[in-house]
Design a protein around this ligand. Structure first.
Ligand code: FPP
Length: 248
């Protein structure tokens, strides 16, 4: 993709996170079974990963399966796991060619063995790539992530590796699944709902949030460009006044 003239190349968000919603409705509107919406949603994933790379985004995080998604009917969960595995196998070569490194946010142990093994293989084979960092949030829940971090920090205090007074925001953030990565600058949710659904609750504290009605299977490069254009038009204040920000 050519760099779009309507975007400022110096103000590209470093980290973009997306809640990919609306696959089921996309399929239902066409009287198709819900998994077909997920299947077409995979094409949006491919398009957005390529576009993110072309736009010079450094970190892309996609919410692919939440800790709550296990409550869906088994045929839908199985379809999603199958799509995930085939996507990983198919995209490995492209990720290697484009210097993309894949990471997983979430507890991998509950994923089916075949998916876990494929995921581990792609993560290992792309680990040395230093281009786009592509995070897939899988069996991810922000509250579980925060509890995991609390436990890890508490354990270090218990064994005397860390003093309670030594716990600050930076140290805590380093124990989240996103440890070492910058917080998202832009968080997009497709599908018309305006909620965070247990996604990156700590990390999104200062993210610009962009809710859009477009259903995920219809979301393509141009829609990502639109989201970034809106983001670039916003003033990020981080608690300061608008005047202070303008002067800095
Ligand atoms: C939400 O739409 C979407 C999901 C729960 C899964 C997202 C998965 C994909 C896009 C495909 C697999 C992912 C990868 C990375 C290969 P929904 O089903 O809740 O939609 P609805 O709100 O319209 O019912």
């Amino acid at each position: 993709m050519q760099f779009p003239p309507e975007l400022d190349p110096d103000k590209i968000p470093v980290h973009v996170a997306i809640i990919m919603d609306g696959n089921g409705r996309w399929a239902q509107q066409r009287s198709m079974p819900r998994p077909l919406g997920h299947k077409v949603g995979v094409e949006s994933v491919q398009a957005v990963v390529r576009a993110a790379d072309d736009l010079n985004i450094k970190v892309l995080t996609l919410y692919a399966f939440s800790t709550e998604n296990w409550k869906r009917p088994p045929f839908e969960v199985n379809a999603l796991m199958g799509l995930l595995k085939s996507f990983l196998l198919r995209e490995l070569e492209t990720m290697l060619e484009n210097n993309v490194s894949l990471r997983c946010l979430g507890q991998k142990d509950r994923l089916p063995k075949a998916v876990r093994e494929t995921l581990d293989k792609v993560i290992a084979e792309t680990a040395d790539n230093d281009g786009l960092i592509f995070n897939l949030a899988l069996n991810y829940g922000s509250r579980v992530e925060i509890i995991d971090a609390v436990q890890a920090v508490a354990h270090k205090c218990e064994v005397g590796e860390l003093a309670v007074d030594g716990i600050d925001e930076e140290l805590f953030a380093a124990h989240l699944y996103t440890g070492g990565l910058p917080d998202p600058d832009l968080l997009i949710r497709t599908g018309g709902e305006a909620r965070l659904s247990n996604f990156l609750l700590w990390q999104a504290s200062y993210a610009e949030i962009y809710f859009v009605d477009t259903l995920w299977p219809d979301f393509r490069e141009d829609d990502l460009v639109d989201a970034i254009r809106v983001y670039q038009g916003r003033q990020r204040r981080f608690g300061k006044t608008g005047d202070q920000v303008q002067q800095s």
